[in-house]
Unconditional design. Sequence first.
Lengths: 185, 149
Amino acid sequence: MQKKIFMAIAAIAILSTQVQGQKFYTKSGLVHFFSDAKMEDIKADNNSASCVIDASSGAMEWSLLNKGFTFESAFMQEHFNENYMESDKFPKSTFKGTISNMSAINLKKDGSYTASVSGDLTMHGVTKNMSTTATFTVSGGKISCSSKFYVKPSDFNINIPGDKKDSISNNIEITVSGNLQELKK
Amino acid sequence: MKKIILFIIAAGLLVGGGTALYLWNKPHKTAEGEKPFATISADSLFQEYFAATDSSVSKKYSEKVIQVHGIAAEDGEELQNGRWKVRLKADEEGMNSVVVELIPGATAANIKSGMNIEAKGICIDYLADDMGLGGEVQMNQGVLIESKK
């Protein structure tokens, strides 16, 4: 009996170590940009954001190419890249952070988990610390994550000219989501 | 004289308004029906970006129509917003890749891992491997040209 209990504990310990040592990723994360201003709404999607999450440490990283955003209007897209993001000079935006309550999230067990995330968001050459929450949903082995937060263009040295103040919000809504896979190496 | 001034103002408003309307509704450039700036294998394109020490390769290909051929690294993938993308291997393992996101309405449902494929897209840029996921050259507004087993 004692041997059986010992074996069961050992198996759980090994399994737990394996889960905690795993990394999960997507190369097709969706980042949605939404500006709700007095004159108009502006929306854009980037379907090719990369993300990796280390289940042992809770480290989380996101990276995307700014030119990968597709706007409804080609004209808006040009302005976004040339006048605001200066995408030739600053081609990437990144987030490097940590999930502080990773121990409460089991990516191998069905359920919905709320994660507390904080870290550094870098865009337009400026890095700012930020905190938000993310939701992980595990269902039948499929893992998805999503989060919504707001950024102020002025925090990232992105200047909105006076005549555009009614067209571009000073608080942009960013929604990120991704279907995660286990990273096998 | 007054009529001439009014005519010039009206013509100016018409031209200005028309130009603004055109710019506002200017359609997105897509690779569909466009002659490619370059036709290249996925691994050669990737290697050019990977070996670059400055922005010269980005400037060479950025926003241009590139036709790329190679082996599908995975099945065609339907994205969260309903678009599809294909991933071409840029090395033996398929860790590094060239990714082409297709235009709305185009599908890559029949693309299976290991198939030989050729696709055209508007080159975005190179996302370097900073996270251990492999690097990728990204394109969008693309179309599939050919696929065979």
